[in-house]
Design a binder for this molecule. Structure first.
Ligand code: SF4
Length: 479
C-alpha cells in the first residue's frame, strides 16, 4: 500500500476492471471533500479496495495551507512515478486547493493526468473517464476564483457534491454514528497569511432546506452527531423570502431533528461572531458546549498585520461573554508564531491572551509564507526558524499547563460520551482485557475520554465517571 506521508487513505475498486486509490491531505473540509468524491465515484460504479499498488486510478486531494503540506504532495507524486513506470496505464488525478493554486504547473508534472480545483470536484468522475478514453491530460479549475458565482446554475454546481450520500469516511474504524455537513464554502476575510480565499473562492452558503434534509437523512441512517462545517462557519447567511437564515437558525433546526443527539460546528471567526449562537448553545442541550475560535495572536499590532479584524481586547471580551452565557463552555484556538515582525513583546501578548482565555486546547503553527498571499508579497519572513520553534514549544507548554489544571474540574463528574471505538494506542496505565478493551469516546465538550468497555459500545452514547485527568485526555470508568 502506498501510504507515504501519514495522511489518511481511501481505496476503491472500479467494477471488476478498474481500481481507485484516494489519498487526502489537509483539514476537515478536505476530509469531507474526499469522502464526497469517493461517494461520487462509487455512484459511477467504483467500489472499495485497499491496495494502491493495484490501483488503475490514484486520486490525491491536496492542501495548500502550509508549505509542508504541498511538499508532501510532491513527494507522494515522486513515489507514484515508480508505480507509473511499471504500469503506464495508471491514471493520476490531483484535486483540491493545490490543484486550484498551481493548475497547469501541476498538470505538467509527468505523472499527473487530471487536475481539478475545489469547485470542480463534482466533475472528477467525468474527468477521469475522459482521460481514460482519450489518454489526454485534463484541467478543471476556476478561472477567476474570486468572482462571486451569480447564476443559479453555477451555484447549483457548487452545491452538487454536497448532496452525495457519504459511503465511506476517513475514520473508517468508527461506526457511522457521526457525520459532517458542509453549510458554506469559501472565505471573504483575506487574513494576510492565508491562501484559502484564493483557492476556495468567496463565501457561498448552502440553502438551509438542503442542509436540513441532509441532516434528516443522516439521522434516519443512524447518525447521532452532526458537525456543521464551514471555513468561517459563523458567517453562514442565506436569504430566503423575508428571512435571512443564520448559523443559530441552523443549529436550532438540525438539533430539532429526531435521532440527532449532538450538534457541533467548526470553525468560527471571532470577527463576526453573533451572541445568538451562544444563546442556542446555552438553551439547547443538543448543541455541544464547544467553540473552536482561532485568535492567531494576542498582539494588536500583529492582528492588524494579519488583517484579522479584531483586537486582543475584543477577542477576550467575546470569550468572557461566551463564558457568561455558557459557563462550562470548552474553548479551543489556533495561533501562529513567528509572523513577520513578531517581537518578544508581541509574543508575550499572545502568551498573556492564552493565560487569560484558558483554552481546552490550541493548535500552534509556525508562520510560513504562502505564495500569492499579501504577507508573502509585502512582508519579509523575519523571524528565524529557531525562534519560531522556541515560541511554538513555549505556547504548547503554557496550553498544556492550563489544560492540566482546568481538566481537574471533571474529576468525579459523570459525563456522557459518544463511543468512537477501540483505542488505537492503548494507554499503558490502563488495564486491558479481551472483553473490555480500552475504548475512546468524546464528551460534549470535545474531550477525548479513555475507558474500558465492550467493543459493542462503539457508536453509542454511554455515561462514564472521570477518575483521572491529563492535559489532552480524561480517563474514566463506565458508570
Ligand atoms: S478566516 Fe482568515 S485564516 Fe480563516 S480561512 Fe479565511 S482568510 Fe484563511
Amino acid at each position: 500500500m502506498l501510504d507515504l506521508s501519514g495522511g489518511f487513505l481511501y481505496t476503491a475498486s472500479f467494477m471488476q476492471v478498474r481500481k481507485i486509490h484516494l489519498k487526502s491531505f489537509g483539514c476537515q473540509m478536505n476530509k469531507l471533500d474526499s469522502s464526497l468524491v469517493v461517494s461520487a465515484l462509487t455512484e459511477q460504479g467504483y467500489s472499495l479496495t485497499e491496495k494502491a499498488a493495484e490501483a488503475d486510478v490514484i486520486v490525491i486531494n491536496t492542501c495548500s495551507v502550509r508549505e509542508h503540506a504541498e511538499e508532501r504532495v510532491f513527494s507522494h507524486l515522486g513515489h507514484i512515478k515508480h508505480l507509473k513506470k511499471s504500469r503506464p496505464s495508471l491514471l493520476v488525478a490531483v484535486i483540491g486547493c493545490m490543484a486550484q493554486r498551481l493548475g497547469d504547473q501541476l498538470l505538467a508534472h509527468e505523472v499527473v493526468d487530471v487536475v481539478a480545483g475545489p469547485a470542480q470536484l463534482h466533475e472528477v468522475p467525468a474527468l477521469i473517464d475522459r482521460a481514460m478514453a482519450d489518454h489526454n491530460k485534463h484541467l478543471a479549475v476556476t478561472g477567476n476564483i474570486r468572482q462571486p458565482a451569480t447564476s443559479e446554475a453555477v451555484l447549483e454546481d457548487s452545491h452538487k457534491l454536497d448532496d452525495f450520500e457519504i459511503v465511506h469516511d476517513s475514520d473508517a474504524n468508527h461506526i457511522k454514528s457521526q457525520a459532517f455537513i458542509r453549510v458554506m464554502r469559501g472565505c471573504n476575510n483575506f487574513c494576510t497569511y492565508c491562501i484559502v480565499p484564493y483557492v476556495r473562492g468567496p463565501e457561498v452558503s448552502r440553502p438551509p432546506q438542503a442542509i436540513i434534509e441532509q441532516a434528516k437523512k443522516l439521522a434516519a441512517q443512524g447518525i447521532r452527531q452532526i458537525t456543521l462545517l464551514g471555513q468561517t462557519v459563523n458567517s453562514y447567511s442565506y436569504r430566503s423570502g423575508n428571512k435571512t437564515y443564520t448559523l443559530a437558525d441552523l443549529l436550532e433546526k438540525v438539533s430539532a431533528i429526531d435521532g440527532v443527539h449532538w450538534v457541533r460546528f467548526i470553525t468560527s471567526h471571532p470577527g463576526r461572531f453573533d451572541a445568538s449562537i451562544l444563546h442556542v448553545m446555552a438553551d439547547n442541550p443538543k448543541v455541544c458546549p464547544y467553540l473552536h475560535i482561532p485568535a492567531q495572536s494576542g498582539s494588536d499590532r500583529i492582528l492588524k498585520a494579519m488583517n484579522r479584524g479584531y483586537t486582543a481586547r475584543q477577542y477576550i471580551d467575546l470569550m468572557e461573554t461566551a463564558r457568561e452565557i455558557v459557563p462550562d463552555i470548552a474553548i479551543a484556538g489556533d495561533f501562529i508564531v513567528g509572523f513577520p515582525g513578531e517581537t518578544e513583546d508581541d509574543f508575550q501578548a499572545t502568551e498573556d491572551l492564552i493565560r487569560r482565555v484558558r483554552y481546552k486546547n490550541a493548535f500552534i503553527f509556525k508562520y510560513s509564507p504562502r505564495p500569492g498571499t499579501h504577507s508573502e508579497k509585502r512582508l519579509e519572513d523575519t523571524i528565524p526558524a529557531e525562534v519560531k520553534q522556541q515560541r511554538n514549544v513555549k505556547l504548547l507548554d503554557v496550553i498544556s499547563e492550563i489544560a492540566e489544571q482546568d481538566n481537574k474540574r471533571f474529576l468525579g463528574r459523570t459525563l456522557q460520551v459518544l463511543v468512537e471505538g477501540p483505542s488505537k494506542k492503548p494507554h499503558l496505565n490502563r488495564a486491558e482485557n479481551a472483553d473490555h478493551p480500552q475504548l475512546i469516546g468524546r464528551s460534549a465538550h470535545d474531550y477525548i475520554v479513555v475507558f474500558n468497555g465492550p467493543e459493542s459500545l462503539t457508536g453509542r452514547f454511554v455515561n462514564v465517571t472521570i477518575t483521572k485527568t491529563a492535559p489532552l485526555t480524561l480517563f474514566a470508568d463506565l458508570t
